[in-house]
Design a protein around this ligand. Structure first.
Ligand code: NAG
Ligand code: NAG
Ligand code: NAG
Ligand code: NAG
Length: 318
């Protein structure tokens, strides 16, 4: 269980801790014009670590409960307010959370009405993420919904789960990389070695993140790992889903994924060929950096030594 205690730790205390974790999940908190945690949920194993990377404006990562998403859980952890000025572009403050069980951990931002606006996060939510968020925003919970006219409501339906293996030793692939999925299905990405993402893009710009869409963030998996983190998206409509790995030039080497790519001239093979042709570039900028989400890449502080670069760090101590 998570302990009730947390405290701010002077960054010098971190210098000694080159700890090997089964998996490290980076979760961006806020950012310009963004009231959300990105990604909004992760599936983690005991020994894994969550790193909350605080971006603009002034947010918290505070533990709540499924029943009361916007109320601090008795004895729950709380980062406290972490203000980040508009001009900051790197060295974002980080709060670490060590995962000690497979139980769900529910999290919200306690600033103003951020939680009510849907700024919530969960570790191991199972199929309850949509219900948790709905409870936070006061939206009808999927099961309590009385409207039958909303075909894309976020019901936790019993659709098919499509499992996609991401990477693995020597593999720069999504496997399978081209699927058909029905509305309500779940696409579950299982991350293997080394350090990949599944990031939404468009057919025309295969290697450029699509703003306001899904992005798993980097999911590093150690060479010797025996368990593999998963991350899922739900198929909300019948439109094609285009995605890529934003690590380095993986996309330019063809590491792309598509679901429901059925239109002639815009098949998976066309998409992959375009990714290779553009070789990770678009309009003169290179893939993997310089986009909206590039701040994460440049700011992420993934080794203990680099924590020294952070303005400060917050630890949730167990
Ligand atoms: C951050 O938000 C808290 C709570 O609203 C407020 O007390 C604090 O002054 C804010 N900090 C900054 C630097 O804006
Ligand atoms: C479907 O909608 C959910 C909730 O808005 C979102 O998190 C998810 O990324 C969407 N799926 C796709 C494929 O965009
Ligand atoms: C994963 O890749 C990102 C982007 O290249 C990098 O910032 C991060 O440090 C990597 N994480 C690990 C644990 O190697
Ligand atoms: C997280 O766990 C590691 C051991 O796996 C420990 O060394 C580290 O201090 C813990 N971090 C926090 C913030 O509790």
């Amino acid at each position: 269980m998570l302990s009730s205690t947390f405290r701010r730790v002077a960054l010098s205390c971190f210098a000694l801790l080159p700890v090997v974790h089964a998996a490290v999940f980076e979760v961006v908190v806020g950012g310009p014009g963004t009231l959300r945690y990105t990604p909004e949920s992760v599936n983690a194993q005991p020994g894994d670590q969550i790193r909350f990377i605080f971006q603009q404006k002034n947010h918290t990562a505070t533990q709540s409960t499924f029943e009361n998403p916007c109320v601090k859980a008795p004895g729950g952890f709380d980062s406290g307010y972490v203000p980040v000025a508009d001009g900051v572009t790197d060295g974002f403050p980080v709060a670490e959370l060590n995962i000690t069980s497979t139980d769900p951990v529910w999290v919200y931002c306690k600033q103003g009405t951020h939680c009510q606006a849907g700024m919530v996060f969960a570790v191991n939510p199972g199929d309850r993420m949509a219900a948790f968020k709905a409870a936070a925003t006061g939206a009808a919970t999927p099961s309590a919904s009385t409207t039958s006219s909303a075909p894309t409501s976020s019901s936790t339906s019993t659709g098919t789960v499509h499992r996609i293996v991401v990477g693995g030793p020597g593999a720069l692939t999504f496997n399978p990389s081209n699927i058909n999925a029905a509305v309500g299905d779940t696409i579950e990405f299982e991350f293997r070695q080394k350090n990949h993402t599944v990031t939404a893009s468009t057919f025309d710009a295969p290697c450029v993140p699509l703003a306001q869409s899904f992005d798993s963030g980097y999911v590093p998996v150690a060479d010797g790992a025996a368990t593999f983190p998963t991350w899922s998206i739900r198929v909300n409509d019948t439109r094609p889903i285009w995605a890529f790995c934003k690590q380095g030039n993986h996309c330019g080497q063809g590491m792309v994924f598509a679901a429901n790519a059925v239109e002639p001239g815009k098949t998976f093979v066309d998409f992959q060929n375009l990714a290779r042709q553009l070789n990770g570039t678009v309009g003169g900028s290179t893939g993997g950096g310089g986009y909206g989400s590039g701040a994460l890449q440049t700011s992420v502080i993934s080794s203990a030594g680099a924590v020294l670069a952070a303005v400060f760090a917050i630890a949730f101590l167990l």
